[in-house]
Design a protein around this ligand. Structure first.
Ligand code: GLU
Length: 605
């Protein structure tokens, strides 16, 4: 589909034969005017290309934004600001456009600014600057690049105007030593040989805040990428920059060899190669393709779709989704009236400023009785570092308001790897189910003076207590107590099911492993049983093997009934055995109905 769009653009503009190939650098005049390539690299690293995308040409002025970025990286923005301004000049690329008072070039995208920066880099590393620049460009393009020696020689021999600029910069002390090394570096950087595909990857690296989507490496920091793009936006297209921003609306840079590099921040990089230039020095087909693309598929930065309701995926309450921690009747009695005091906000997408504003509004709209809030981050695709402070502020406000705040499934977001220490009272849980369990415990703790969770009272009130006393006594006589260490396996999948367990104290969890939708193995909890509850009954009744693992969470004790004892009981006291089977059937029915309810609810939330 994308490929079709590029193919159409290519055939549409291949016949556009206006413009002249640059000839003031003799070697450039040899370019073939028919050469025409278009390439796009997306933020996910996919490349689409059509036409002459593998034909080498020299990068020329498209080197300028990158060398500006390298200059900041090596020398700090402050140092560089002493040497070059960031104002559009409104003049040609080779104009001697210097501030009349300070002698500073107007911006890094005109030759004067670029030469001033190259001189700084050359002074920073007198012996290694050439290689430094080449390595940096190779990192950006994800391929080892080289200097086109013929073009370098040609420009070095004929670049008298650039030399004059260099000496003027020396005169005003913008260049503090002999200008030749800086000029030489400038000629070399302009003569780096690239193809259209390389430029698209370099553009995509800028689109991805300085991270190369092909290699995953980060040649530029996000902060520097922003500065580079801003400069490209205001000064990138020679004296056509204003019209370009108006017509196309994205940062771009062109070069006299016929390359145009454009960036849709956060999305993709575009490159066009076609040597004939218009009167401003921009590739005629390059301008046409980018203008058409921008209008055709809506790429202008000034044409963003409104972001209003796309951050809050759902807000639901603790009665719409319950944890897989099985609750005793006593716990349920405590919890049930308060479940709605738990709210879960499921957040999605990129958590930027506009998204955080939507979260703030969702928080304001929470019912006043809300006591526990879970922020479920599973569907947050990105939390830009610039959002850290605002999100922290939001979390602090919630805590100050007296809410218990739990954040679930946020482990992959950098901010939450440190937030636990920063924000006291904030709990991070890597599964939503555990967050809901914790929230339920908090709700119960807040509603009762006594210990609300998992007490001996629950184990006394176990389902055996509902058996006729004679049957109960007969069964109790057969139960053997067994203790378990924290994390100890009680039941392993595949084992014979010869024992029935009744929890005396502690918690026991059952897990299964299955393939997640992504294909990755996923381990999830099916249930956690507490005092008074029984487990292991399915295989015990059917005689089949165990179908899931069960472990003691923090250690605990169970009463265990052996199958052989049960079989003897069936012989000796069939009424007691039948009573147990009845009780187990009721228990299973209850578990099944609760599971079905959970399942149906989870389809909704
Ligand atoms: N090396 C070229 C010059 O300084 C670059 C010009 C350009 O691409 O704008 O003349």
């Amino acid at each position: 589909m994308i490929q079709d769009v590029l193919n159409e653009l290519h055939s549409r503009f291949a016949s556009l034969d206006e413009g002249e190939v640059a000839s003031y650098i003799p070697e450039l005049a040899k370019a073939c005017p028919q050469d025409f390539g278009i390439a796009i690299t997306t933020a996910s690293g996919r490349i689409y290309e059509v036409g002459d995308t593998r034909k080498p040409f020299t990068i020329q002025s498209i080197s300028k934004p990158f060398v500006f970025g390298l200059g900041i990286k090596l020398l700090t923005p402050e140092r560089l600001a002493l040497k070059v301004d960031v104002e559009p000049s409104g003049e040609a690329f080779n104009a001697i456009s210097l501030d009349p008072d300070t002698g500073k070039p107007r911006n890094p995208m005109i030759n004067a600014g670029a030469i001033a920066i190259s001189a700084q880099i050359s002074a920073h590393d007198p012996l290694g600057a050439d290689q430094l620049v080449l390595d940096f460009f190779s990192e950006l393009a994800a391929r080892a690049l080289e200097v086109d020696q013929a073009v370098y020689q040609s420009e070095s021999e004929t670049g008298h105007r650039n030399r004059a600029i260099g000496y003027l910069l020396r005169n005003s002390n913008i260049i503090e030593a002999a200008p030749e090394p800086g000029l030489d570096l400038y000629f070399r950087q302009c003569a780096i040989s690239v193809d259209c595909r390389d430029l698209a990857v370099m553009a995509a690296t800028l689109a991805c805040q300085g991270r190369n989507p092909i290699t995953g490496r980060q040649p530029l920091s996000p902060d520097i990428s922003v500065r580079v793009l801003a400069l490209m936006g205001s000064c990138g297209m020679y004296d056509f920059a204003g019209q370009w921003l108006h017509d196309v609306g994205i940062p771009a840079k062109s070069g006299v060899a016929g390359g145009v590099l454009a960036v849709v921040p956060g999305r993709l990089g575009i490159a066009v190669y076609s040597p004939p230039l218009d009167g401003f020095g921009n590739s005629v087909r390059g301008v046409a393709v980018c203008t058409q693309l921008s209008h055709g598929v809506g790429m202008s930065l000034f044409n963003q779709s409104p972001q209003a309701g796309n951050t809050i995926r759902r807000v639901y309450s603790g009665s719409q989704r319950t944890s897989r921690r099985w609750r005793s009747e006593r716990e349920l009695a405590l919890l049930q009236p308060h479940r709605d005091r738990l709210r879960i906000i499921q957040i999605q997408g990129v958590l930027d400023f506009a998204a955080l504003e939507q979260l703030a509004a969702a928080v304001v709209a929470l019912p006043p009785q809300t006591r526990v809030l879970i922020l479920d981050m599973a569907h947050v695709t990105e939390l830009p570092p610039s959002s850290d402070e605002l999100l922290n502020r939001q979390l602090r406000l919630l805590l100050e308001r007296g809410l218990q705040v739990l954040v679930s499934r946020a482990g992959r977001l950098a901010m939450f790897q440190a937030a636990g220490q920063q924000l006291e009272g904030l709990q991070l849980l890597d599964q939503l189910d555990f967050a809901i369990e914790t929230a339920e415990n908090l709700l119960m703790e807040g509603t009762s003076g006594e210990q609300p969770i998992s007490t001996a009272a629950d184990s006394e009130a176990c389902f055996l207590s509902r058996l006729p006393s004679e049957s109960r006594a007969a069964l109790e006589a057969l139960l053997l107590e067994r203790g378990f260490q924290p994390g100890e396996a009680v039941i392993n999948r595949g084992d014979p099911g010869n024992e029935l367990f009744l929890v005396r104290d502690g918690l026991f969890s059952t897990h299964i492993e299955f393939e997640a939708l992504s294909g990755e193995p996923h381990r999830t909890r099916l249930a956690t049983f507490g005092p008074g509850m029984c487990f292991g009954e399915i295989a015990f009744i059917t005689g089949n093997r165990r179908i899931a693992d069960i472990t003691a969470v923090d250690g605990g004790r169970c009463w265990v009934l052996q199958r052989s004892d049960f079989e003897n009981l069936q012989e000796r006291q069939p009424a007691a055995a039948l009573d147990l089977l009845k009780a187990l059937t009721c228990d299973l029915g209850l578990k099944l109905s609760q599971t079905s309810v959970q399942l149906s609810r989870s389809e909704l939330v």
